[in-house]
Design a protein around this ligand. Structure first.
Ligand code: ZN
Length: 405
C-alpha cells in the first residue's frame, strides 16, 4: 500500500538537502546532489543493498527479479534542481518511484525482472549548461567535449566529477539500452494544464524538441558622452532587436516558444556604449520543422541587423534535443494504470525537456506520468499536493506491476 504520509515526509526530507523553506538549490554534480543520492539510497536499504553511482553521478538502486538476467525496468527522475527552484521538480519523481517500489515489495509482491530506481544527475544543466546530463551520459548521447565544459568559477565537468570521487570521464557511464526493458518517469507537470482541467494525473504522448544556442553580438565600445548617436555600433541595442524578434517569430509559429533567458553586456558600465553582448537562445516546439522555421526567421533578422548596424553576430549552437514521441504501448499501460486508481488522464505534450528523452531516443520503450503542480515550476512556489503525489505513486505501482511483475 502506498504510504501517503511516508511519501510526504520524504519529499520534505529531500527538500532539506540544499533547501530552506520551500526554496531548493541543489545543483547538478555537487556535494548536495551526492547527499541527495545517499538519502534516497538509505530509504531503499530495507529492500536492496544493490546501489551504484555511475561515472556521470547517476544513482541506480536495483531490486531483484526472478530472472536476474532479464532487462530491467527503470523508474525514476532527477535529483538536481535549478538555483532557487522548488521541492518537486525531479525530486518528486524519485520519491514517487521509491514509494511505488517499496509499497509493492512491502506488500509481498515479487518482480519477474529486475526493477531499478534511478536518480539522474544534473538534469537541469544549471551549472554547466548541458541539460539532461546524467541520462545523456547513460545512453551515450552526451555532446562531444562535454566533460571539458566549465562553470562560472572555471571548474570543468570532469573536475566536478573527480571532486565527487568519480573518474572524470562521464562517457564511461554508457549502458547498453538493450539492458533496459522500459523506462517510466513520474514528474510534476510544470504547466497549468492539469490544474486547469481539474485532473490530478496526466500521461505524456510526446516531448518537445529543444534548440539551445548562444549568440554573441560584437559592436564597438565607446564613450557614452562623447559618441554621438549616429556614430555608434551599440551591441546591446542590436541584441535587443534580436530578442524582440525571437518573441515575434516564435509567436508566429504554432505551438512554438522562444526565450532569451540570459544576457551579458560588456564591459557593463553605465557610461560606456556596450561593445559586446552575449545572450542565450531557447527554442522549443513539438515538430522539428517548427523549430527550424523560427530559427530561419531569426537568421534572416540577424543578417539584417548585421547589415544595418555594422555589428558582428555569431551563433554557437549548444544543444539540440529532437522531438521525442514516447512509446505507444507504454502509454497504454500508463493510461490503464491511472484509470485503475480512479483518475482519467489527459494526454499531454511536454513543453519541458526530460530525461525520458534519452532512453526513448535510444530505443527504450519509455513513458511519463505527469502529476498536477500548482504555483508554476522552477520556483519555490511549485507545489504538488500530498494526495496527488500519493495517487501518482499508486498509479505507478500498477504500471510497474504490468511491466515487471
Ligand atoms: Zn525536472
Amino acid at each position: 500500500m502506498t504510504d501517503a504520509a511516508r511519501l510526504e515526509t520524504r519529499v520534505r526530507e529531500l527538500a532539506l538537502v540544499g533547501g530552506s523553506g520551500t526554496s531548493v538549490t541543489r545543483l547538478g554534480l555537487t556535494a548536495l546532489e551526492a547527499e541527495a543520492r545517499d538519502l534516497v539510497r538509505s530509504w531503499c536499504a530495507p529492500f536492496s543493498d544493490d546501489a551504484r553511482v555511475d561515472e556521470a553521478g547517476n544513482l541506480f538502486i536495483r531490486f531483484a527479479g526472478a530472472d536476474a538476467e532479464a532487462p530491467a525496468l527503470l523508474v525514476g527522475s532527477h535529483l538536481d534542481s535549478v538555483p532557487e527552484g522548488g521541492r518537486f521538480d525531479g525530486a518528486l519523481g524519485v520519491c514517487v518511484a521509491v514509494e511505488a517500489v517499496a509499497s509493492l515489495l512491502g506488500s509481498g509482491a515479487r518482480f519477474a525482472r529486475p526493477v531499478e530506481v534511478v536518480g539522474w544527475a544534473d538534469e537541469e544543466g544549471a551549472r554547466f549548461g548541458v541539460g539532461l546530463f546524467g541520462s545523456s551520459a547513460a545512453f551515450g548521447r552526451l555532446p562531444a567535449g562535454a566533460a571539458d565544459l566549465r562553470d562560472r568559477n572555471g571548474v570543468s565537468i570532469a573536475e566536478a566529477l573527480r571532486a565527487l570521487g568519480l573518474s572524470g570521464d562521464p562517457a564511461t557511464a554508457r549502458i547498453d539500452p538493450r539492458s533496459v526493458h522500459a523506462y517510466l518517469e513520474p514528474h510534476i507537470e510544470q504547466g497549468p494544464r492539469l490544474e486547469r482541467a481539474g485532473r490530478a494525473l496526466g500521461v505524456v504522448t510526446d516531448i518537445v524538441g529543444i534548440y539551445h544556442g548562444r549568440v554573441r553580438v560584437g559592436g564597438r565600445q565607446d564613450h557614452a558622452g562623447a559618441t554621438v548617436m549616429g556614430a555608434r555600433r551599440d551591441a546591446l541595442v542590436a541584441a535587443s532587436g534580436l530578442v524582440a524578434a525571437l518573441e515575434r517569430l516564435a509567436s508566429a509559429v504554432p505551438d512554438t516558444v522562444g526565450t532569451v533567458g540570459e544576457i551579458a553586456v560588456r564591459p557593463g558600465a553605465k557610461n560606456v556604449v556596450p561593445g559586446e553582448c552575449v545572450f542565450s537562445l531557447d527554442v522549443r516546439a513539438p515538430s522539428e520543422e517548427h523549430i527550424e522555421r523560427a530559427l530561419r526567421g531569426l537568421g534572416e533578422e540577424m543578417a539584417r541587423v548585421r547589415r544595418e548596424r555594422e555589428v558582428a553576430i555569431e551563433v554557437e549552437p549548444l544543444q539540440r534535443v529532437p522531438v521525442t514521441p514516447l512509446d505507444a504501448r507504454v502509454l497504454e499501460t500508463l493510461v490503464a494504470a491511472v484509470r485503475s486508481v480512479g483518475a482519467e488522464p489527459p494526454l499531454l505534450v511536454s513543453g519541458a525537456g526530460h530525461d525520458a528523452q534519452n532512453p526513448s531516443l535510444s530505443g527504450v520503450p519509455t513513458g511519463m506520468i505527469f502529476i498536477r503542480s500548482t504555483g508554476g515550476s522552477h520556483t519555490p512556489a511549485e507545489l504538488a499536493s500530498a494526495a496527488d503525489a500519493a495517487l501518482g505513486a499508486r498509479a505507478l505501482e500498477h504500471a510497474i506491476r504490468a511491466l515487471a511483475a
